[in-house]
Design a protein around this ligand. Structure first.
Ligand SMILES: Cc1ncc(COP(=O)(O)O)c(C=O)c1O
Length: 290
């Protein structure tokens, strides 16, 4: 594995950053998880745009242009001979000193890792996931806006551990108003009376790129698809449910907090969307140079 750090490529065992990097010390930084399929990087510009927004929101000035980051990502894919796989693009505040203040971090650190990722074994795509609602809330935007894809994922990790302790594959986070927000690393969708619904971004859900793609695919296919306030009750009584994320893609859910969803098997419309999504990811995207 060849890893990109600050303009240079290193073999994995030599890819190192300072122990004084504020990304490590304080989770002070932003990141993106990106996928490549069949020699193309899917929605690369959408990911770069979200990275820029996250960086701006935490007052981290990116010293590289969009084009420079884009070509570093593509070159990392090329050097790793990656056709299909997972990319992790990380930008930290950079090397500073102990103490919270970022003013001693003179330049951000950029890291690109190209690897494989299997978030869920294949059986869950066939049979569906079991999810539970966690006691850990999605953090309030008044504390740290969940729209920022920051390196500080403790809110999500604590919720994830709760889900695992309960024997579930994923965990639902409610926002401080008690409305459904999202899962620890995925957005939530469900179908009720034939309408596709996902929680509004104001619920604290990340502006998922897969989420936007699924809304677009559904509308193109002539379905009614909308963003709404979502209660647990809506999930308990829905016909079909699934989660979306770059890593997970579209994964069906068949049980929520002990309530069976639909027939207890992945739904037909979920399968239809999974098919449309796979068609799209394998036929679009930014070509990786040879
Ligand atoms: C908290 C959270 N929600 C949702 C998502 C899904 O977002 P995307 O579809 O852009 O990968 C992710 C993954 O990045 C995430 O970490």
């Amino acid at each position: 594995m060849i890893i990109y750090i600050d303009g240079k490529f290193y073999p994995e065992e030599k890819a190192k950053i300072s122990v004084f990097d504020h990304g490590l010390l304080y989770g002070d930084g932003v990141f993106e998880g990106i996928r490549a399929y069949a020699g193309r990087v899917f929605k690369l510009d959408e990911h770069l745009s979200r990275l820029e927004d996250s960086a701006k929101a935490i007052l981290l000035k990116l010293p590289w242009s969009r084009a420079e980051i884009r070509s570093a990502v593509l070159e990392t894919c090329r050097r790793n001979k990656m056709k299909s796989g997972y990319l992790r693009l990380v930008v930290t505040r950079g090397k500073g000193y102990l103490g919270l203040s970022p003013d001693r971090c003179k330049k951000p650190t950029i890291i690109i890792i190209a690897t494989k990722l299997e978030l869920y074994p294949a059986k869950y795509y066939r049979n569906g996931l079991t999810v539970v609602t966690g006691a850990t809330w999605r953090q309030s935007p008044a504390a740290l806006d969940p729209g920022i894809k920051s390196l500080n994922y403790l809110n999500n990790i604590l919720a994830k551990i709760e889900g695992q302790l309960a024997g579930a594959q994923e965990v639902i986070l409610l926002n401080p108003q008690g409305l459904v927000s999202e899962c620890s690393g995925d957005n939530i969708f469900f179908i009720r009376d034939g309408v596709l619904i996902t929680p509004k971004l104001s619920s604290g859900a990340l502006n998922g790129i897969t989420r936007a793609t699924v809304l677009e695919l559904a509308r193109e296919a002539g379905w009614i698809a909308r963003e709404d306030d979502v209660r647990r009750y809506d999930l308990f009584t829905c016909e079909e449910m699934f989660l979306t994320g770059t890593g997970a893609e579209i994964v069906p859910v068949v049980e929520v907090d002990g309530r069976m969803i639909g027939t207890g098997k992945p739904g037909k419309r979920t399968a239809e969307l999974m098919h449309l999504y796979h068609q799209l990811v394998t036929t679009t995207g930014t070509k990786i140079p040879r």
